[in-house]
Design a protein around this ligand. Structure first.
Ligand code: ADP
Ligand code: MG
Length: 587
């Protein structure tokens, strides 16, 4: 969109963050970095002193003097410069590691707290590279990059001054070439930043493509989608390759420019300087010293080029990191899980309207009351917003209009942590977290006792199954709980919810694959739960619904009707239809 380089690769706007934003990462470490800079400059000074010493050695040789003192001085300079290099390198790398940890900690904290609506519109694979690799680019730029730049500049300046002291005419020749090189490098540099951004975006796309393919591995295999998924991820990898090639071309150009400059100045200095020596206007020792300075010029030039490259890459990466800083997070969620106390509240939807980011309204003035300590079933055709109601109840999203009350309190007035503490939620697909059965059960009720665990396992008829496992409660459930059957996973999710002893229990289509947990057993579990909490359930099977204290029939974003099974059967045509079809009667 804005850069010609990013032809097919058009992503979110990446405003160029100022250098200051990058330097902000270095600010907490400014003392150490200042020390590193001093050491670096000290090392450079020691290097700069060498030609001077050598010049005096040469003079001594030509006039028949002794070399001993000069050699000692050279050894001394070497030792000093090695010591400086060591200290400088260790301190700057340590600081760099600290910066990267700080950047990563910030990113991780934000990513895990991103609002549900933000998570709806991004691919997680694209976000993770910002934590893993963009952070190192920023770190490198904010520490080594800046130091290289300052050191390079100072070193270059000092070398030029010393060259001028040694021979002004020779400096004149050299600087002409230097200026040309500087212009060329200045043209290439901004392109390196653009190409870095593009390369990092492609690397993010590889992650996103793999997330998609591996996250639904069975679907991919069952549908023969291997080639498609491979092509997607490889396309991203090829894009990264192309960006890398462009970058390589720029780097090569810089290397050539630098090399040519040094070679050209050498030839010029030797030719012109030789003539000066022949005419006696310059002594040989000075010419040698000047040539040594010229040799040394490579160092600071490389520092400048390296520092600028790293700064450009860092700015590119920073733009991607700052996209995460601009995403909205939930900032009221950090409390240690604890079980709620107090009697179950009623749950009230009062004229609730809501639409997802695509702005198609899902709820349009939905109102109902789920009485305290009772079982309320939410039913309606698929896609009418039943799951959405549960999401709103937990403040995964906030309502656009109307209110949701827990008891008499508007949940908008409670922190998300508080709302979620009171409510336990069994998701439609009941994913588990990688870990053991025990870890999954205790996830939100870390203080539950072994007896309580045994009790909820009995209620969900998982006790025999768990007892039969070689590792019992300490059996691993595999990634996303895939080592369990769908029904086992769902029952485990119910057990986890019960263990929290919530005030409100939300069950989303838990009858969908309840192998082994019979209708009657589920009803008993739900009835028992209703003794100490308000239960809302979304159900498919008529038998689960008929026994509910109240039925809420959703249709077209509103509550179409509510009442008991018999009442609705009597007066509502849609309900009769649903009862006959969607709410499959079980035997
Ligand atoms: P139900 O549970 O009744 O089958 P949902 O509440 O899951 O229905 O969905 C209601 C409507 O909202 C559907 O049209 C669905 O496509 C849409 N929807 C659900 N979740 C999202 C989301 N995260 N982003 C955008 N639209 C969504
Ligand atoms: Mg649903």
């Amino acid at each position: 969109m804005k850069s010609p380089d990013s032809d097919t690769h058009d992503t979110a706007p990446a405003p160029r963050p100022p250098l200051r934003a990058l330097l902000a990462y270095a600010r907490p470490h400014r003392r150490v970095l200042a020390l590193v800079l001093l050491l670096t400059l000290g090392g450079s000074a020691a290097g700069l002193a060498q030609p001077m010493v050598i010049e005096s050695a040469m003079t001594a040789l030509m006039t028949g003097g002794s070399l001993r003192d000069t050699l000692l001085l050279l050894v001394g300079l070497l030792v000093v410069s090695i010591g400086f290099t060591w200290a400088q390198s260790w301190l700057s790398e340590r600081t760099a590691e600290r910066v990267v940890l700080q950047v990563r900690r910030g990113l991780i904290t934000r990513l895990i707290r991103l609002r549900t609506a933000e998570l709806d519109r991004v691919e997680p694979g694209g976000l993770t590279t910002r934590v893993t690799s963009d952070s190192t680019l920023v770190q490198h730029a904010a520490t080594n990059g800046v130091i290289q730049l300052v050191d390079g500049a100072v070193h270059l300046l000092a070398t030029i001054v010393l060259m001028g002291i040694t021979s002004l005419p020779l400096l004149g020749i050299t600087s002409g070439v230097l200026v040309l090189a500087g212009i060329a490098v200045g043209i290439v540099m901004p392109r390196i930043r653009r190409v870095t951004t593009r390369s990092q975006e492609s690397v993010g796309d590889i992650g996103a493509a793999l997330d998609r393919a591996l996250g639904a591995a069975r679907t991919v295999k069952a549908n023969g989608g291997e080639a498609t998924e491979t092509a997607r991820a490889v396309a991203a990898a090829e894009d990264a390759y192309r960006a890398g090639l462009v970058g390589a071309r720029y780097q090569a150009a810089i290397a050539v420019i630098t090399g040519m400059v040094v070679q050209a100045s050498f030839l010029a200095v030797i030719g012109f300087g030789g003539a000066l020596v022949a005419t006696g206007t310059l002594n040989l020792a000075a010419l040698i010293a000047f040539l040594l300075y010229l040799f040394n010029l490579g160092g600071p030039i490389l520092s400048l080029v390296g520092g600028t490259t790293s700064l450009q890459q860092g700015l590119g990466a920073l733009a991607r990191i700052e996209e995460i800083d601009r995403m909205e997070t939930e900032d009221d969620v950090d409390t240690v899980p604890a079980r709620p106390t107090g009697p179950p509240p009623r749950v009230v939807l009062d004229g609730v309207t809501f639409s997802y980011a695509d702005r198609t309204p899902v709820l349009e003035g939905a109102s109902f009351t789920a009485p305290a300590g009772k079982v309320t079933a939410v039913i309606g055709p698929s896609g009418t917003g039943k799951t959405t109601v549960f999401s709103l109840l937990q403040r995964f999203y906030d309502v656009d209009g109307g209110r949701i009350l827990l008891g008499d309190t508007d949940i908008a007035a409670l922190s998300r942590a508080e709302v979620r503490r009171r409510i336990a939620y069994v998701e439609q697909d009941s994913p588990m977290l990688a870990g053991t059965i025990r870890e999954n059960l205790l996830y939100a009720a870390p203080d539950a006792t072994d007896e309580e665990i045994a009790d909820v396992l009995r209620q969900t008829l998982l006790d025999r199954y768990v007892d039969g496992l070689p590792d019992g409660l300490d059996t691993n459930v595999g990634a996303r709980g895939l080592a369990l059957s769908g029904g086992q996973r769902q029952r485990l999710a119910i057990a986890r919810a019960l263990l929290r002893r919530p005030q409100v229990l939300l069950l989303d289509e838990v009858t969908a694959h309840l192998d082994g947990l019979s209708e009657t057993a589920l009803r008993q579990t739900v009835d028992r739960a209703a003794e100490h909490c308000t239960v809302l359930l979304i159900a498919h099977r008529l038998s689960t619904v008929t026994s509910a204290d109240r039925l809420i029939l959703l249709e077209g974003g509103r509550v179409r009707d509510h009442g008991k099974h018999e009442e609705l059967l009597d007066r509502d045509e849609l309900y009769r239809d649903l009862a006959a079809t969607q709410l499959a009667v079980s035997h």
